[in-house]
Ligand binder design. Structure first.
Ligand code: UTP
Length: 300
């Protein structure tokens, strides 16, 4: 499979899921807009893409997702009001999200699964490799993952997925990879993938997390992928086919991530993300940590 020399600049962010784990908060509000401290979760994801050099972002949206578009657009009324008050620091914070990247949107219509959401990006992406970032998966900005995945894709061609070791009892919540080592500590060759296996079926404790750098051949495979688990078109099923048949679109490698990651679509992880990030903030952290310490010692 020929490797492309053009830098990867396009990112796709699927954000059309129903967010059922967060009902009723997500009845009329996209789960990606839920605040993590004082920014919506999705802004961290777009900032991560921009930091990795991805300047063209396509968000896959659906019903109730208008606030996502509004958040990354200018809000002149609010900006003018802050300007009149001379509130420069809040003005800068409001403008931040509209200056991150060139944003595009496409609607998925019917949320038929993550694989189907990625397929909606085919006309925009064309035939170059591209990144996929799940809108509810938050990677701590101090633990860069995407840049490393892009490097690995540029070196080996094909596709690259992000893997993380999880407790074997939790593997049934994730896609799971069968892998072989490479010469590099943090990189494995992916031999096979299985979506949400039972602990007996799981070939490893390496779970797929929400970052991908994909060869555009994945679209052709997705077009032919039948609905799998849960009646949805699964991205993992398409990647399993690519891993088994490298002639279709190059090999599949995995970058094993050891940094901090939060699944903000899960209520427990969402709360942990807020507490941790709030504790580490220069402005809020000192007061919040002191309160948390006394709360834990006196009230728990
Ligand atoms: P999830 O498995 O978290 O599903 O999707 P969900 O519907 O968003 O949330 P729950 O499980 O009902 O609470 C993983 C990612 O894939 C996107 C979601 O937006 C999320 O970023 N997705 C999923 C789509 O864009 N379209 C789909 O049809 C399904």
């Amino acid at each position: 499979m020929p490797k492309s020399n053009a830098p990867i600049v396009k990112a796709v962010i699927p954000a059309a899921g129903l967010g059922t784990r967060f009902l009723p908060a997500t009845k009329a509000t996209p789960k990606e807009m839920l605040p993590v401290v004082d920014k919506p979760a999705i802004q961290y994801v777009v900032e991560e893409a921009a930091t990795a050099g991805l300047s063209d972002i396509l968000m896959i949206t659906g019903r109730n997702k208008r606030p996502l578009e509004d958040h990354f657009d200018r809000n002149y009324e609010l900006e003018e009001a802050l300007q009149r008050k001379g509130d420069e620091s809040r003005l800068a914070r409001v403008q931040e999200s509209s200056d991150l990247a060139t944003m595009h949107y496409v609607r998925q219509g019917n949320p038929k699964g993550l694989g189907h959401a990625v397929l909606c990006a085919a006309p925009h992406v064309g035939d170059q490799p591209f990144a996929v970032l799940l809108g509810d998966d938050l990677i701590d900005p101090r633990d860069p993952l995407l840049r490393r995945m892009i490097e690995v894709q540029e070196e080996h061609g094909g596709s690259v997925i992000a893997l993380m070791e999880v407790d074997p009892a939790q593997i049934h919540l994730y896609g799971c990879a069968a892998v072989t080592p490479t010469g590099e500590d943090d990189v494995v060759r992916v031999a096979g993938l299985v979506e949400k296996p039972t602990p007996d079926e799981a070939p490893s404790n390496l779970a797929i997390i929400g970052r991908y750098v994909l060869n555009a051949s994945v679209f052709e495979v997705l077009r032919k992928t039948a609905p799998g688990r849960g009646g949805e078109i699964q991205l993992t099923d398409a990647l399993q086919i690519l891993a088994a048949e490298p002639a279709l679109g190059g090999p599949v490698h995995g970058v094993v991530f050891k940094g901090r990651r939060y699944d903000t679509g899960d209520r427990g992880d969402y709360l942990r993300a807020i507490v941790r990030l709030a504790c580490e903030r220069e402005d809020l952290g000192p007061d919040f940590r002191a309160w948390l310490r006394s709360y834990v010692t006196e009230e728990m």
